[in-house]
Design a protein around this ligand. Structure first.
Ligand code: GUN
Length: 296
């Protein structure tokens, strides 16, 4: 068995960001404003802080304007919904996201439904999710779209393949299972969506040509769950204490990378795999929003 290809998400993301930057420059040369992405961040979850800061940095890199609306965890649902209304109506802002998770006293469903679908660059509004399911133009959710871009770039065959998705979250597992079973490429796969009540998980995984791990458990996928020559995409991201690092932690995924990568034909690492593409997908959606490509 030859060595596994390690998917270089950072390199692919850098290429795509350069392409976005070219488009932004064209917009500015034509007298338009650069795209403007806003993010609402509630509370002090360190992972959410990191995500939002990375999004802000990526906006700067491609020439977007970015704004962050920060609130304490006690903000309450009413004030948050008012902020969403404000951003929905602010013509300067092309798209915005509400960073998840939210404090327990706030209904995520109510919040996501309040965002105008035309500004919902996370693709989480029920209208955008519905359009995704029936293959109408919409904003695709960022992480699943990042996975599709990896599949395309690395020319990973999907037609007729057994694709197993671990985890049924609204953000990753459910949408990627739908996207890979749609007609076309990437798609036409036979998809099995596994979750906490699945029976015979190991056997199902061992039958996967493409295994997508979005289960939220560090190094859950072990080598004996993976078929020789499979493609493994790791969506997990977990901080593990590591005193040898300046930050005091290192990042690992949902896959036991060092052992699983000995069996795969291709594998995405953590960090540097899917993560960088997630942010690029958000930028791509914001560019589409600014150009009114999906909602006129
Ligand atoms: N929390 C984890 N991933 C995401 C994401 O893609 N968007 C938002 N808004 N929150 C998240």
């Amino acid at each position: 068995m030859s060595q596994s290809v390690i998917i270089d998400g950072k390199h692919l993301a850098d290429q795509l960001k350069s392409e976005i930057a070219v488009e932004v420059k064209k917009m500015i040369d034509q007298g338009y404003n650069p795209p403007h992405l806003a993010a609402i961040l509630v509370g002090e979850d360190p992972a959410s802080e990191t995500y939002v800061n990375s999004k802000e940095k990526a906006c700067k890199e491609v020439g977007f304007i970015s704004s962050i609306y920060r609130f304490e965890s006690g903000i309450g649902e009413k004030k948050l919904l008012e902020t969403i209304d404000f951003l929905n109506n602010d013509e300067e802002i092309d798209g915005f996201i509400v960073q998840l998770p939210l404090p327990e006293d706030i209904s995520v469903d109510k919040v996501l439904e309040r965002i105008k679908p035309s500004k919902d660059v996370d693709g989480f509004h029920p209208v955008n999710i519905g359009k995704m399911v029936i293959n109408m133009p919409c904003y695709l959710p960022a992480t699943p779209n990042g996975i599709l871009q990896i599949i395309e770039k690395y020319k990973i065959p999907t037609e007729g393949k057994n694709c197993v998705v671990l985890g049924r979250s609204n953000i990753v597992g459910t949408p990627i299972s739908i996207l890979l079973s749609r007609k076309g490429y990437p798609g036409n796969a036979t998809v099995t969506l596994c979750h906490s009540k699945t029976i015979g998980l190991k056997e199902i995984c061992r039958n996967a040509d493409i295994l997508i791990a979005a289960i939220g458990q560090p190094e859950f996928v072990k080598a004996d769950m993976v078929k020789e020559g499979a493609v493994v995409i790791d969506v997990g991201i977990h901080r593990i204490a590591d005193s040898s690092k300046k930050s005091g932690f290192r990042l690992i995924g949902d896959v036991d990378f060092s052992k699983v990568s000995l069996k795969t034909s291709m594998i995405s690492p953590v960090p540097g795999g899917v993560g960088p593409l997630t942010i690029v997908s958000l930028l791509q959606n914001t560019l589409k929003a600014a150009r009114k490509e999906i909602y006129k």
